[in-house]
Design a binder for this molecule. Structure first.
Ligand SMILES: Cc1ncc(COP(=O)(O)O)c(C=O)c1O
Length: 467
């Protein structure tokens, strides 16, 4: 072991100060930068394409490369005018926490590896349960995102229903297992289907329930349920933001001893707002829930949360065989509830984001972004463009007219760089999506972006749809 002074000498203060200075400069510019990177910056990434070098490079030069080649080719999600997908922007406390977490370099697998990681994770999970008004005893896991949260929750569902049928799926796999029926809405998110495919439950072997014009499951069209049915409901459709009628679905599921899994990636956070909480009514009666930290709460990438009403099902689904060198204590061991063993201390960043916001701040973030979305819808309608969804939360779907025209407008907006919106198809119609999910978006950003969108659409109209 080196002396205290030796290890102290290894801390390269200049390097960390340099990277801090560069990060601050990047974030300072974020408000004024174009949102999509210029083609020249993307082309410059080719400089990276060399064979693995023989020689080493100083740490300082490595950082210089990252900043010179990487920073210009990033999409400015931190600036407040990125409305693509459902991407937040990391809160200042989350960015700061991720720096410290990187410096700590903790493995959050076992409590003995990092009491700090386990402690922050316990509290952050408890707060998420409180926000959703779920029982304190619910099992929880912090994972990479809603896709893995869906895998985790559905693995617990698979365990529970098959165990009730006398089958040990973790030991024997699915070969010869009693069949399960998986029920999804017709507007199910692709990541949920991926989760089903990873679990051997089949992406296509699902019963799809028809939905209404907002993408909500039609309860009357539910198939008969039984103790081997898993119903996957959504809190927040990725396009419209709509919520499935959870209360009624959970009621029916309970009568049939079926399992309800909630994909609540972003929408379930509406429970944090007194104004929007009613939309999440009934979801608390489900059996498992998935959420993203990196969406509405603006934790940095990556962060997802899986909650399961009965922690035993989660723990059984995630159990590893015993290994003599695992030191397992009395308290909750993080990796006994997650798919991974070694893992980043994501709970610290989730804790930091939630602690910096507090109840009022989280509610304010939800309400402010919803207000911005309403303003987009109102402004677009006033300019003669069609809003296709009921803007219930932070999602707006707009059609600019015929399919090719709408696509041309989206391309023009992305090239313009004032803001960034992506395309989608909503029930057969091409549309543009506006998802206001970033804490940094201001009213000025919305007005600037609205003007850019209308300018692009009007210009396409004037040119007869050529982008
Ligand atoms: C409803 C829904 N579920 C799941 C996901 C997947 O989330 P992630 O990309 O964090 O895995 C998304 C992403 O937008 C989503 O909107």
């Amino acid at each position: 072991m080196g002396s205290r002074n030796d290890s102290k000498a290894k801390v390269d203060e200049g390097l960390l100060a340099d990277v801090s200075r560069r990060a601050v400069a990047y974030l300072r510019q974020a408000r004024d930068r174009r949102v999509a990177p210029p083609d020249s910056a993307v082309n410059d990434l080719r400089q990276l394409e060399i064979s693995f070098p023989e020689s080493s490079l100083s740490d300082q030069e490595v950082v210089e490369w990252l900043d010179r080649v990487g920073s210009p080719a990033t999409v400015t999600t931190a600036g407040g005018r990125f409305y693509g997908f459902v991407n937040g922007g990391a809160l200042p406390a989350a960015v700061a926490a991720s720096w410290l977490v990187s410096a700590w370099d903790q493995n959050a697998a076992l409590r003995v590896m990092s009491p700090a990681a386990a402690g922050f994770e316990d509290v952050a999970l408890g707060w998420v349960r409180e926000i959703l008004r779920l029982p304190a005893g619910c099992g929880g896991a912090i994972v990479t995102g809603a896709t893995m949260a869906n895998v985790t929750g559905l693995a617990a569902a698979r365990h529970a229903l098959l165990a009730n049928a006398g089958w040990d799926v973790e030991r024997d796999g699915l070969f010869g297992a009693p069949p399960l029926t998986i029920i999804v809405g017709d507007e199910v998110h692709v990541s949920l289907l991926k989760a089903l495919s990873l679990l051997g439950l089949g992406r296509e072997r699902v019963h799809r329930v028809p939905v209404d014009g907002q993408g909500r499951m039609q309860v009357d069209a539910l198939p008969p349920l039984n103790a081997r049915s898993i119903i996957c409901v959504q809190a927040g459709n990725v396009n419209t933001g709509a919520f499935d009628p959870a209360r009624e679905i959970c009621q029916r599921a309970r009568e049939a001893a079926a399992w309800v899994h909630v994909d609540g990636a972003f929408g379930l956070w509406a429970a944090a707002s007194p104004r929007y909480r009613h939309l999440t009514d009934g979801f608390e009666h489900a059996d498992s829930w998935s959420l993203d930290g990196h969406k509405w709460p603006n934790v940095g990438y990556d962060c997802g949360v899986s909650l399961v009403r009965d922690p035993h099902h989660l723990r059984s689904a995630m159990a590893t065989s015993a290994a003599a060198y695992f030191t397992v204590g009395e308290a909750r061991e993080p990796s006994q509830f997650t798919p991974e063993l070694s893992r980043r201390a994501r709970g610290v960043e989730l804790w930091a984001a939630l602690r910096s916001l507090g109840r009022n701040g989280l509610a304010g973030l939800i309400e402010r972004t919803c207000r911005h979305a309403s303003r987009f819808a109102e402004g677009l309608r006033a300019s003669g463009y069609e809003v296709l969804n009921d803007v219930v939360i932070n999602q707006v779907l707009v059609s600019f007219g015929p399919p090719a025209f709408t696509r041309a407008v989206i391309e023009r907006i992305q090239r313009d760089g004032t803001c960034w919106c992506g395309g989608t198809e909503w029930q057969g119609r091409p549309a543009m999506r506006i998802s206001v999910s970033c804490w940094a978006t201001t009213e000025d950003d919305v007005e600037l972006s609205l003007a850019a969108i209308v300018r692009a659409a009007d210009a396409c109209r004037a040119q007869g749809s050529a982008p």
